[in-house]
Ligand binder design. Structure first.
Ligand SMILES: *Cc1c(COP(=O)(O)O)cnc(C)c1O
Length: 466
C-alpha cells in the first residue's frame, strides 16, 4: 500500500516509511492512496474473532509490502496481550439504544494505549530492520505522554524525550510518566505552559543541527499507524451489535480528530456506520466547522476534559482532503491561508462530503456532569468526563431508535476522579494493576523554559541516527 500526503508535495511512501516519518515533508499528513474495501461476506466472517485476530484482518491491507500477515499477527498478539480485559475493548449496555465501548483497559488507562502499544512495536520492528535509531520528541498535557512512554520503554532503537509543563499535569498523569524507569525514557519538566513545551518540540523538528544528527520522530496522532490501529475497535463494536446486517452509530469525544477519523475510515472500508457524532466540549471549533463550515480558532478555555481542550485539530486536514475530492494542491493553498489567518471556510464539496456521515454536538460543564450522573444513576456505570461529553451528544442526537449508538469511553474514571466525585459523590479507585503508582519512585529532569536547554539535553542523551 502506498501513502500520499494531503498537500500533494511529498513523495509517496510505503507503510514502513509513513510510520517512521510521521508528518510528510510538505507539512501534510499521510493517507493510503485508496481505501481497501471489505465485502459484506468478508465482514460477516469477522464476527466472533478474538481481538488480535480481528486486528490482523482489518489492518492487513494497510501494511501490505511492509509486514507479512504472520508478522502483523505476532505484533497484534503482543500489543493486545497487555490489556487487562480479554475482549480488549469490551462493550457495555446502558439502555435500549445507548452503549459504551470501553477503550481504557490498557496499561495507562486511556484509549491512546490501543494505538500506541502497537506503534511502539512497529517502531522497534522497522528500526531493527534498518539498523537505525529514532529519537521521539513530544510534549504532553497528560494522556499521550504516559501512553507513549509505556509503549516504547525498553524498546530497541528508540529514545523518548517527553516534555510536560511543570506543575500543570495531574499527579496520576505525571506519575504514570515519571515512574517508568528505563534507560531510553527521558521525562522533562519544563518551566512554562503546554503551548511553550509544544513550541519547543516544533522548533526541534525544524532545527537543522538536530535533524542532521538524529532521526527525529513523533508519536502524536498525525502518525497514520495510530489511526489505523483505532479502526479495529469500530469493527469490534459494530460486529457485536449485528454488522454487517445492521447499522451502528458512534459518538466520539473529540480533540485532535484522530479517533473519530478512524471511524470514518471504518465506513470507507465497508462497515455500515449510520452516523459519527463529533462530540466537543466548549472548545467547539469542530462543532462550528461541521455545523456551519466555519473553521476559525479562538482562545482555549480550560475544562474538566483537558484532552479535548484544543484550538487546532490536526487530523481534520485528513477529512478535508478525502471528503473534498483529494486535491492536494488546493488543500495546501487552503491550509496556507488558515495558517496565516487562523480561520477558513470549508468549501461546498468539503461540507457535502462530510455531511453524509458526520454530525456534531457540544457539551458545557453542567451537561458533562449531568451525563456522568445519568450513567451512574441509570446504569450503575461510572464514566470519565471525556466519555460524558460523548454520552451527552449521543443521548441528545436524533438518531432512529432502531440504530444502536456506541459512545467511545476514552479514559478510565479514576484518571479524572474530581469530576466524577462532583457528579456522583463517589471517588473512583485506581484499578489494582496500577495500584502502587503512588509508592513508586519518580525520575525526571527539570529544565528552564528555554529551547537551548532542552536541545542540549536531548543531544547529550539521544543516540545518533545510525
Ligand atoms: C486524546 C483523548 C481524546 C481526544 O481524542 P482525539 O483523537 O484527539 O480526538 C479524548 N478523550 C481522552 C481521554 C483522550 O485522552
Amino acid at each position: 500500500m502506498d501513502y500520499i500526503s494531503t498537500r500533494g508535495g511529498a513523495p509517496a511512501l510505503d507503510f514502513e516509511g509513513a510510520t517512521l516519518a510521521g508528518l510528510a515533508s510538505d507539512g501534510g499528513l499521510y493517507l493510503p492512496r485508496h481505501w481497501p474495501r471489505f465485502s459484506e461476506g468478508e465482514i460477516a466472517a469477522m464476527a466472533g474473532l478474538p481481538y488480535a485476530e480481528l486486528a490482523t484482518r482489518v489492518m492487513l491491507p494497510f501494511v501490505e509490502g511492509s509486514l507479512t500477515e504472520e508478522e502483523l499477527r505476532a505484533l497484534c498478539q503482543q500489543a493486545y496481550g497487555r490489556f487487562s480485559h480479554d475482549a480488549v475493548t469490551p462493550l457495555v449496555q446502558l439502555d435500549e439504544q445507548q452503549w459504551l465501548l470501553e477503550l481504557f483497559h490498557g496499561p495507562t488507562l486511556a484509549f491512546k494505549d490501543v494505538a500506541l502499544q502497537l506503534l511502539g512495536l512497529l517502531f522497534e520492528t522497522f528500526l531493527s530492520r534498518r539498523k537505525s535509531n529514532l529519537t521521539i520528541i513530544g510534549a504532553t498535557s497528560g494522556d499521550t505522554g504516559s501512553a507513549a512512554i509505556d509503549a516504547v520503554a525498553g524498546r530497541e532503537g528508540v529514545d523518548i524525550f517527553m516534555l510536560h509543563p511543570r506543575g500543570r499535569v495531574s499527579e496520576v498523569q505525571r506519575r504514570q510518566m515519571t515512574t517508568v524507569r528505563a534507560p531510553n525514557v527521558h521525562n522533562i519538566a519544563i518551566e512554562g505552559s503546554f503551548d511553550d513545551a509544544q513550541a519547543m518540540v516544533k522548533r526541534m523538528f525544524g532545527d537543522q543541527g538536530m535533524t542532521s544528527r538524529f532521526n527525529i520522530g513523533a508519536v502524536n496522532s498525525i502518525n497514520w499507524a495510530r489511526l489505523m490501529a483505532q479502526v479495529v475497535y469500530y469493527f469490534a463494536a459494530a460486529l457485536q451489535l449485528g454488522a454487517p446486517h445492521r447499522q451502528v452509530a458512534f459518538s466520539v469525544p473529540t480533540g485532535n480528530f484522530g479517533d473519530v477519523f478512524a471511524g470514518y475510515v471504518s465506513a470507507q472500508m465497508g462497515l455500515p456506520v449510520a452516523q459519527l457524532i463529533v462530540a466537543t466540549n466548549v472548545n467547539d471549533i469542530l462543532h462550528r466547522a461541521l455545523s456551519q463550515g466555519d473553521y476559525s480558532t479562538g482562545i482555549v478555555t480550560p475544562t474538566a476534559t483537558p484532552s479535548m481542550d484544543i484550538q487546532i485539530s490536526s487530523n481534520f486536514e485528513r477529512l478535508l482532503f478525502d471528503a473534498g475530492g483529494r486535491d492536494g494542491k488546493a488543500l495546501a493553498e487552503q491550509m496556507r491561508g488558515f495558517e496565516a489567518s487562523k480561520a477558513m471556510q470549508l468549501t461546498n464539496t468539503q461540507r457535502e462530503g462530510a455531511a453524509g456521515l458526520f454530525t456534531s454536538a457540544r457539551a458545557d460543564g453542567e451537561e458533562v456532569l449531568q451525563a456522568l450522573r445519568w450513567a451512574y444513576d441509570h446504569a450503575g456505570e461510572m464514566i470519565d468526563p471525556h466519555t460524558a461529553v460523548g454520552l451527552h451528544a449521543a443521548r441528545t442526537s436524533e438518531i432512529d431508535r432502531a440504530i444502536p449508538v456506541v459512545t467511545l469511553a476514552t479514559a478510565h474514571p479514576a484518571k479524572f476522579p474530581e469530576a466524577v466525585e462532583r457528579a456522583t459523590g463517589i471517588r473512583p479507585a485506581l484499578p489494582s494493576r496500577v495500584g502502587d503508582l503512588f509508592a513508586r519512585e519518580e525520575a525526571y529532569t527539570e529544565l528552564p523554559g528555554e529551547y537551548e536547554a532542552v536541545r542540549d539535553f536531548v543531544s547529550q542523551h539521544a543516540s545518533p541516527a545510525a
